[in-house]
Design a protein around this ligand. Structure first.
Ligand code: NAD
Length: 692
């Protein structure tokens, strides 16, 4: 065995050279790995005794991808053309042997080899688009030549990994080999290549799949239609389309140059920087400063959910999907029936779309036990309360749970705003109580705010975080405060939105600005969707706000066919002349002199107080880090990932600008804009919010 460099070895099995990369944890395509690949392939090719070369990786995976940390830094090590020359240009057949995940640059390296074999559990993919990039190592040029343009576009634009079976079916790999016997399988395949004198198959020279797509612009038109909505506001996908188009129109080397340039141009863009920041932010959330990774977790084999309303049903589905039995509790049979019916309907819809089999649906429904008697949760390891947002009702539930839940059971509340410590105080075991704040629809939204109370025990926190991961959520640890992190920040925007429509804007003006900024909907469309009557009661309503007036008129949002907007039968929103009149009359009654409000002001009034609130949350220690706040807003409220979250966005436009604008607003409009001392410090010290 010869060491090629610190991460690469070369051995020989008869006339087959085996080039092994061993760069834990995931053999990322670092400078060392690139050098090792390059020199190793060259050395093997120069050895007259070698007739074929197998490239394989030690550890848990093939080259899992590029070394993202290197992006945007000065280039070191072997360059792409050099690796390409060493692999694709080798005078002897090179076979990539793949296990684990060959993603991005790792997959592209495999595509530079002449043949590819993989174990059945291997996965492939080009996830660059998720980082605001396109493949930069030939992926957009080689993949269409193997799979055809349509499939390649789908792989590149979705960024979704695909299985070894699919890879075989689509012509991406040449053979599947036995699981756990990759080396032997690859050697066997190499033997076959040598013995049957199979040619050096260079993907760059393949043309038939491209030929089939030439002169068919409708392929690209369809993709633009299919992905247009998903990529609203995103830039990189257009570059991906251009690069794949270049594979059709240009000679291979020119296509490679175009792809490379497009990749390099994307790296410094705000969008890609934001998306790469979010990639790391979503990995950081799991680290909790004083709850080490080895904190013991409590086994959760059975879950109780109290309340089968909007949230209770969605919450239950998460656990059923993960194979964990759920007892769901209601106060009356009809409410219980309604709740179960909704769960069943949700599953049936998923099955109808082909994403679950009816057997899956049945299996999940079998794990669900609907009950009226709360005693039924006495054997649960975790109970999540999702009853009405009312402190007395919640306290009553927790008093009961304290009496009947088993020792060490975790008692969680899904409250949106209420004080977890106060809820915990009615139990004799506040260390077992915490908030698990799901977002609606709870079976869909990825965010879970894990609310740590003053007395919550570390293993309880660790268990909730681990469960979040298990049910496919992204768990963010937050502290007790009104609305926690997400809704507390949301409140700032909602308040300003309400003020703006009195001062001169209309709901659809505000919504348009927020939608164009990249959020899925504006504040008023959101209120209409959620229902204007959340927290409203007829008995206490005094026409003191626009919302109260609308609720009194039974314009309670989409569900009543009207709210801030008018809705048709298909729930399409139209600006409402009636609401316009209500707003104008209300403003006149209040003596407001309405004025024209610019889109810029709308945006700054809505967004800057959110940023300010974020820094206050950090000052108070209610979030662990600024990037956690960004993760909350991206996954809970649809903040556009290409703007990195409110805190990252503040850095993009400049904390000094945010501060100056807040001061200006404070001077003319009042204390709610007073800048947080921490924001002032960031500006004074010229640091970044995202690093807090
Ligand atoms: P909901 O009114 O749809 O459901 C509440 C259910 O709890 C009702 O079916 C009711 O019959 C039942 N219930 C009331 N008291 C009960 C008791 N003692 N025992 C058993 N069941 C009881 O309300 P929801 O929207 O699901 O909200 C539930 C909780 O989740 C609230 O605290 C809310 O703030 C929070 N939350 C709601 C959303 C949302 O968007 N709807 C999002 C996050 C959190």
């Amino acid at each position: 065995m010869t060491a090629v460099n610190s991460v690469t070895d070369l051995t020989r099995e008869g006339d087959i050279a085996v080039l092994t990369i061993d760069s834990p944890p995931v053999n990322a395509l670092s400078a060392d790995v690139r050098n090792g690949l390059c020199s190793g392939a060259q050395q093997a090719a120069a050895d007259p005794a070698v007739k074929a070369i197998v490239v394989i990786c030690a550890g848990r995976t093939f080259i899992a991808g590029a070394d993202i940390a290197e992006f945007g830094k000065p280039a070191k090590g072997a360059t792409l053309p050099e690796i390409q020359r060493a692999l694709e240009g080798a005078p002897k057949p090179i076979i990539a042997a793949v296990h684990g995940t060959a993603l991005g640059g790792g997959f592209e390296a495999a595509l530079m080899c002449h043949y590819r074999v993989a174990v059945p559990s291997a996965k492939f993919g080009l996830p660059e688009i998720k980082l605001g990039l396109i493949p930069g190592g030939g992926g957009t040029q080689r993949l269409p030549r193997l799979t055809g343009v349509e499939k390649a576009l789908d792989i590149i634009l979705s960024g979704t990994p695909f299985s070894a079976q699919e890879a075989l079916q689509w012509g991406v790999i040449d053979a599947l080999v036995e699981e756990g016997r990759l080396r032997e399988g690859a050697l066997g395949f190499a033997r076959q290549v040598i013995d049957s004198r199979m040619p050096l198959r260079k993907i760059r020279d393949l043309n038939d799949k491209l030929e089939a797509a030439r002169g068919r612009p409708e392929i690209f038109d369809k993709v633009r239609r299919d992905y247009g909505k998903k990529f609203r506001g995103f830039e990189a996908w257009q570059s991906a389309l251009r690069a794949v188009q270049a594979a059709l129109d240009l000679p291979f080397e020119d296509g490679m140059k175009l792809e490379r340039q497009a990749f390099l141009d994307l790296i410094p863009t705000e969008q890609s920087r934001a998306q790469r920041y979010v990639f790391f932010a979503e990995r950081k959330v799991w680290k909790i400063a004083d709850v080490p990774d080895d904190t013991p977790v409590l086994p959760v084999r059975k879950v109780g959910v109290i309340g089968a309303g909007t949230m209770g049903g969605g919450i239950s589905m998460n656990f059923l999907n993960a194979g964990i039995p759920v007892s769901i509790v209601e106060t009356a049979p009809d409410a219980l029936e309604r709740g179960i019916g909704t769960i069943r309907r949700n599953y049936d819809n998923t099955a109808r779309r082909g994403r679950l089999t009816t057997a899956d649906v049945d299996a999940r429904m079998r794990l669900l036990s609907p009950v009226i008697d709360i005693e039924a949760v006495s054997d649960c390891d975790l109970v999540i309360e999702a009853v009405y947002e009312n402190m007395d009702v919640k306290k009553d539930v927790f008093r009961k749970l304290d009496k009947l839940a088993k020792n060490n059971a975790i008692l969680a509340s899904n409250t949106s705003y209420l004080n977890i410590d106060e809820i915990a105080s009615v139990t004799g075991r506040p260390e077992s109580v915490l908030g698990m704040h799901f977002f609606s629809p709870a079976n869909v939204m990825r965010l879970l705010e894990v609310v740590r109370g003053a007395k919550t025990a570390k293993p309880v926190v660790a268990t909730a975080m681990q469960l979040a991961r298990k049910i496919g959520k992204i768990g963010v640890l937050v502290g007790v405060c009104h609305g926690f992190v997400g809704n507390r920040i949301l409140h700032q925007r909602q308040r300003e939105a309400q003020k703006l429509i009195l001062e001169g804007a209309m709901p659809w003006d505000v919504d348009r600005v927020i939608y164009d900024f990249g959020l899925p909907m504006g504040p008023f469309a959101m209120s209409d969707l959620a229902g204007l009557d959340i927290g409203w009661s007829k008995a206490t309503s005094t026409s003191s706000t626009i919302r109260e007036i609308l609720c009194e008129m039974n314009r309670r949002g989409q569900k009543t066919g009207a709210g801030f907007y008018d809705y048709d039968d298909a729930r399409n929103a139209k600006p409402s002349p009636l609401v316009e009149k209500i707003i104008l009359d209300f403003a006149a009654k209040k003596g407001v002199n309405r004025r024209a409000i610019s889109d810029d002001e709308i945006l700054e009034r809505c967004i800057f107080p959110m940023i300010n609130e974020g820094t206050k949350i950090l000052e108070e220690g209610k979030a662990q880090r600024a990037s956690d706040i960004d993760v909350v807003w991206i996954n809970g409220y649809g903040w556009p990932v290409y703007r990195g979250g409110p805190m990252f966005y503040a850095d993009l436009i400049g904390p000094d600008k945010v501060l100056a604008t807040l001061r200006r607003f404070e001077a003319t409009m009042g204390a709610e804009f007073r800048p947080a001392p921490l924001l002032e410090r960031v500006v004074a010290e010229k640091t970044r919010l995202q690093d807090l």
